[in-house]
Write a protein that binds this ligand. Sequence first.
Ligand SMILES: Nc1ncnc2c1ncn2[C@@H]1O[C@H](COP(=O)(O)OP(=O)(O)OP(=O)(O)O)[C@@H](O)[C@H]1O
Ligand SMILES: [Cu+]
Length: 840
Amino acid sequence: MNDQGLTATEAAARLLTDGPNQLPAARPLGAWRLLVDVVSEPMFLLLVACGGVYLAIGDRGEAFMLLGFVLVVIGMTFFQQRRTERSLDALRDLSCPRALVVRDGRQERVAGSGLVAGDLVLLAEGDRVPADMELTAASNLTVDESMLTGESVPVTKHAVAEGAGKADSRVYSGTLVTQGTASGVVVATGPRSALGRIGVSLAALGGELTPIQMETGRVVKTVAVAGLCLAAGLAFAHWWLRGDWLQGLLAGLTLAMAILPEELPVILTLFLGLGARRLGREQVLARSIPAIELLGATSVLCVDKTGTLTVNRMRVAQLWSEQGGYACDAANPEALQEELHGLLEYAVLASHRRAFDPMESAIGEAGARLLANTEHLHADWTLIDDYPLSRQMLAMSRVWRSPDHSAYLVAAKGAPEAIVDLCHLAPERAAAIAAQVAAMADSGLRVIAVASASFPAVRLPDNQHDFDFVFLGLVALEDPVRPEVPQAVAQCQAAGMRVVMITGDHPATALAIARQAGIAGPGVGLLSGEELGALDDAALRARLPATGVFCRISPEQKLRLVQAFRSRGDIVAMTGDGVNDAPALKAASIGVAMGARGSDVAREAAALVLLKDDFSSLLLAVRHGRRLFANLRKAIVFIVAVHVPIVGLSILPVLLGWPILLMPVHILFLQLVIDPACSIVFEAEPIEAGAMSAKPRSPDQHLFDREILVRGLLQGSGLLLILIGHHVLAAWSGQSEASVRTTTFLALILANLGLIHANRRWTPATRARRAAPNRSFAWIAVSTLLLLALVLAVAPVRALFAFAIPGAAPLALSVFVAALSVAWFEFVKWKGKSNERSIE
Ligand SMILES: Nc1ncnc2c1ncn2[C@@H]1O[C@H](COP(=O)(O)OP(=O)(O)OP(=O)(O)O)[C@@H](O)[C@H]1O
Ligand SMILES: [Cu+]
């Protein structure tokens, strides 16, 4: 079998003829769905109804105007849909497995969709098999084929060369490598794979509603029902008081339009969608929308050590045997002493030649450097078998045959406890070794022990215990804490979040690294996997508040820990990268996988994928989550406030016998054009200064709570009163009906802008930061005023809006009223702030 793989040109040609290695995505017809979506928009129905009434009255101009707005609704729905679709496509790409393929003799990682038949692909634990393959080499490979066969017990696979039958040497697209490594040649891709033939399409992604979306849905429904009742009442009142039922119907429909919280769901989707995009810019991929929403409420961060807190670049720092020690820095001029040659030799033999694990690469490098030109490097030995690491035994052995030995040679390395156990050492010797391990681990080094054995060349035992191991010594590896981690941890703690370390490593190493990262301090305890196993759920829960470091933890225990934290009401973000981490990642409120280091399984189970594999990205994500929630609340205050005057100005004239002030066009102008644009300002608002020094919000804090409603209603009713004052004053000063309408509308729009400005920051104006200007506000203010000027300038449009070009004095009055309302907003803001303080 050639091990160069295909050439890139060959692969490209085959990709062209065979098509991508993808399953056809089932997607309903776009146009049809769009139609259904648009027609079920309440705004659309109201518009059509209003149009009908205008036609019945014989007012064709108004009717066509509304038709124009129908186009706006369709356009908005369409773009909305396109955007959601596109973000879902991005999610699908992400869940598409990547493959390590050999082409032109070089290994490269490509998207699974780029594979073609004949490609040579390497598989490792945690990979999703990217295509149907025939194995050319396999070491301890077991595969979970449950998604094809329903059988959840992993099956063992062998290479064809080992005389395995077809079923035994084939792995199928979509199945999961649960253990071992292998290489194989792709035999079928895309729809021709076993999975494709069954016709399984990708699991439906998206579609699930987040708690906030559900809450918003409820609010929208309640308000809509109330609005319709009110509108019916108004139509009836109009008919009763004035006798014109068509006009009454129109007034009712106008009110319904004014009340309908049409923009809420739109804004929510916008915020969450843009939130995902913002996270993406920080190299954080959000695979689930609910996670974005929850981020701001995170109260516990459970992080693993290697790679998340540390740089994951290992280096052998010390070698130690009972005969002596050696410091492995490049500055050490001395050669490695003869007594330690065997230790390093067997450490190398116990590692994979083409190592995935940074620890094994480090050992390989140290061997190549320190044992160069000795007889201890054995490129010509053949690997006979290996015993992988397991949860019961944190040690692995590899069995070799050398050309000049009759017996097999076995090299083992693993956690010192495990190796000491395998070597059956006398208690005093074991104690001395443990003391040495503790001394090395205290400075944060990861310590592993190495042993050797020889075994007659007969059938190998099933268990590593059956070898007669000789203890060789210890290898200590250094993996420094990332420089930015201590500060990030401190910021998390300042933000009221606990950072908890969960590791499979030795207690002393774990504690040392935790100290360097700032996780462990006075009053922060340590709990080992063994102790944890002895605790029942209640006892475990009781230990959590005082424990910050969990060591020698197995993945199954990670799951228990997540569940224990969650049962205390915590919102838990948990990082993980291994195959066995998937259940814990799924169980966490927010599962976090590492983009580069994580296995396919981990990334599939996670809600967030950190492309920059490090802890500070997580802090950034939380910041974005908090900002998003805060800005959403600001937008909602604005929306509540802005509805009050619109509703009031729709109802009052009918009841008080004034000429009708607001007609459907005016409301549409506000509701469909101005308000949604305004929410963009809130979305872009930077995080408030104190947001990362406050406690995380409680997970069941409502978006629409009393504080928000009171603040919004207060701002809105003040504005309504001021506008009524304006109306009375304007009418009294002898302005024409059209002029009153124009100036009141202008005052409303200006006050609207003032309202946005006021709600951008809830900290009083005097303390507002000047930094980070939000340019979208200026843009929207200018374009809103331009749009209004346009409406006034174009005579037919002006007529449709029933406006008149106002004189200087009415204009001045209108601007003055708007300024008055801004002062009112600032007062409410200041009042709200001082109330909050008195509650605390
Ligand atoms: N390739 C290996 N060879 C030998 N021993 C290993 C190997 N990998 C891990 N071990 C042993 O098993 C222990 C647990 O390893 P594991 O990989 O589960 O830790 P982990 O949870 O990934 O640690 P961390 O939190 O540092 O990432 C290690 O401390 C080490 O003693
Ligand atoms: Cu030697």
